[in-house]
Ligand binder design. Structure first.
Ligand SMILES: *Cc1c(COP(=O)(O)O)cnc(C)c1O
Length: 382
């Protein structure tokens, strides 16, 4: 079976993890700060807070931006559920902004229309979580302008976009946002097994996320009267254990060194797909800047839902595991219990009905791409 995604672990990656296992530091050692520094250098971010998952990073990002009961957080329906759940963890209300069905990214037009209405009703969001779908950056300059105008904060869920660029600058530098979150889950561009990072320029937000990552406990006690010895520590906030292990960070460091190669391989495979698909039965998502995408996913659109189902099954029969990204988040039973109904974001639903994710990873060969495309181009709809 050709999987839709697959980690690429080489001997260097394995050696890096084994090296850590031979030391006395399995957690809270020197490798996590080194990994944070490497990601920060790579994407020209100010600071990085490595955590156990992107979900944890999104949660900390919301908390750092003071999201709580009574807050409103908006996000895209075309994402993994974690982009919305982070706000629910904080007791906030979640709402969804429709997408552009041609790119899969949040529609700036829908956003500005929704903001005008919210501004009239007094229901403006405190935070917007944007998602760089499939590795292609959203229109951040326009989004930042609206954030300025309406006074909300922006979190970039860049789980798909480590290595992507926007306006010639790396995603993660937070030029147009407050916090950017990356995922190092096994299917993502750089794999730690599980892992995430929040990048941020503001030292105060970083300090808050660091504190919350580790139980809200600090050994820096200032002039605390309860200090009664050098062993003293202090819990200042209700934090969590969201720490990343040294093994995960070692794997991440080793993988990050290979990212330029991964990106190049992905771009080559994408170019091959796009050329072979030509004007066949399915067409790739629009990527105005194909060279700037991190190409986490290669998504094509079919002409209708029936065709999508047919191609998905034809690929399965040929031992090719396609996938579908994403079911609109608010269709999930959990979000239905909060009152969301079908038809809420029409473009996201139209997109979902016809989207198909083809395999894309660095262990895929040019022969595999040929085989996949031949299945698509020889179907009864071709
Ligand atoms: C993978 C993913 C997440 C969650 O990442 P984890 O590291 O598994 O918690 C969140 N948002 C998006 C868009 C993702 O693809």
């Amino acid at each position: 079976m050709i999987p839709y995604a697959c980690p690429d672990i080489n001997q260097d990656d394995i050696s890096a993890v084994i090296e850590v296992l031979r030391t006395d530091w399995l957690t809270q050692g020197p490798v996590v700060p080194r990994f944070e520094r490497a990601v920060v250098d790579y994407c020209q971010a100010g600071f990085g807070v490595a955590v156990s998952s992107a979900t944890a990073a999104l949660h900390l990002a919301c908390l750092a931006l003071q999201v709580g009961p009574g807050s409103r957080v908006w996000t895209s329906p075309n994402t993994f559920v974690a982009s919305a759940n982070c706000a629910r963890y904080c007791g906030a209300e979640v709402d969804f902004v429709d997408i552009d069905a041609e790119t899969g990214n949040l529609s700036v037009l829908s956003l500005s229309t929704k903001l005008v209405i919210a501004s009239q009703n007094g229901t403006l969001p405190q935070v917007l979580v944007v998602v760089h779908f499939a590795g292609q950056a959203c229109e951040m300059a326009e989004i930042a302008r609206l954030a300025q105008q309406y006074g909300f904060k922006v979190i970039e869920d860049a789980s798909h976009a480590l290595g992507a660029c926007y306006q010639g600058e790396p995603v993660g530098n937070c030029r147009f946002s407050d916090i950017t979150v990356f995922s190092f889950h096994a299917v993502k561009l750089v794999a730690c097994g599980e892992g995430g990072m929040a990048c941020c320029k503001d030292p105060a937000l970083v300090e808050r996320m660091r504190l919350l990552r580790s139980h809200g406990v600090t050994r820096e006690h200032g002039a605390d009267e309860a200090w009664d010895g050098p062993w003293y520590y202090q819990q200042q906030l209700l934090g969590f254990n969201y720490r990343m292990t040294e093994m995960q960070a070692a794997l991440g460091l080793s993988q990050l060194a290979r990212l330029p190669q991964f990106l190049q391989q992905r771009r080559q495979l994408v170019a091959q797909y796009t050329a072979l698909l030509g004007s066949g039965a399915v067409s790739p998502l629009q990527t105005p800047e194909a060279e700037a995408s991190a190409w986490h996913l290669y998504v094509v659109r079919c002409r209708d839902a029936e065709e999508r189902r047919y191609y998905f099954e034809q690929l399965r029969v040929n031992d090719i595991a396609a996938n579908v990204h994403y079911i609109p988040v608010y269709w999930q039973p959990y979000y239905c219990t909060l009152g969301f109904e079908r038809g809420y974001c029409l473009q996201a639903e139209l997109y979902y009905a016809t989207a198909l994710t083809l395999p894309l990873h660095t262990r895929l060969g040019t022969v595999d791409v040929e085989q996949i495309v031949s299945v698509l181009n020889s179907g009864e709809f071709a």
